[in-house]
Design a protein around this ligand. Structure first.
Ligand SMILES: Nc1ncnc2c1ncn2[C@@H]1O[C@H](COP(=O)(O)OP(=O)(O)OP(=O)(O)O)[C@@H](O)[C@H]1O
Length: 226
């Protein structure tokens, strides 16, 4: 199974791209979605964060939902608390990503997309042979981020400044998707990429099927002879 990493800058179009992959029947493992799932009330990470930081970071009147904004503020300027939170959440996210990848493998997926904003920061690009960086110009990134999240220019610039530079991500990626044009232009690139990924895997699937058939025939013949 081919696992293709998908990353980019904040609001450069990762979700737009992963939506096209999903619509075309290619499973997407969404690290952001998983990061929200593992802190749902009752999950092991939810208990661990509650024990570590206290009940005041949870809305008990609302089923104990974690107050992400409050936790975000707590760790923003405190590297040690951020490290402790990451030590709880990162292994839980990795475990669920691996589980989802395994399930896609046993259900016969040939290509799976791993959508994670921290692909390069965490170093997944060292273990994945194909990595996508979806990029646009910084002024477009700022404009799209402000429009989508109704965010002030100052806040949007501060979020953009906290990430690895898009130039560095472009250098490390093996596939670039240019999102400086329209969404339709982006879609054309993604569809072309999907057909390349599928065709590059078709020969492998055929070889694997042939090998299985040959092994089956040889085993049957040996069984009859012996
Ligand atoms: N080519 C485009 N032209 C105009 N708007 C776009 C284009 N591509 C994406 N957008 C819009 O920009 C915003 C950000 O896109 P998207 O949510 O896909 O980015 P993202 O990289 O997943 O964001 P995040 O980093 O926050 O997860 C969305 O509102 C989306 O509709």
């Amino acid at each position: 199974m081919l696992i293709v990493g998908l990353s980019g800058g904040i609001a450069t179009g990762k979700s737009t791209v992963s939506g096209i992959f999903e619509r075309e029947g290619i499973p997407v493992i969404d690290a952001d979605r998983i990061a929200r799932e593992i802190v749902q009330p009752g999950e092991p990470a939810w208990h661990a964060i509650r024990d570590e930081f206290g009940a005041e970071y949870f809305d008990d009147a609302n089923g104990g939902v974690m107050n992400r904004e409050k936790v975000g503020k707590l760790i923003f300027n405190d590297a040690e608390k951020r490290r402790r939170l990451n030590a709880i959440t990162h292994p839980a996210v990795r475990k669920r990503m691996l589980y989802q990848a395994f399930m896609h493998f046993i259900t016969g997926a040939s290509v799976v997309v791993l959508d994670t904003p921290l692909l390069f920061e965490v170093g997944y690009d060292r273990i994945l042979s194909r990595t996508i960086c979806v990029w646009c110009n910084p002024d477009q990134e700022l404009e799209r981020l402000m429009a989508r999240d109704s965010m002030s220019e100052v806040d949007a610039k501060s979020r953009m400044g906290a990430q690895m530079s898009i130039e560095e991500k472009k250098k490390r990626a093996t596939i670039l998707l240019d999102n400086t044009g329209t969404k339709e232009e982006l879609e054309t690139q993604v569809l072309a990429l999907i057909s390349t990924l599928r065709s590059s895997w078709t020969p492998t699937v055929i070889r694997a099927t042939l090998a299985t058939v040959i092994v089956g025939i040889v085993s049957l013949a040996l069984w009859k002879i012996l």
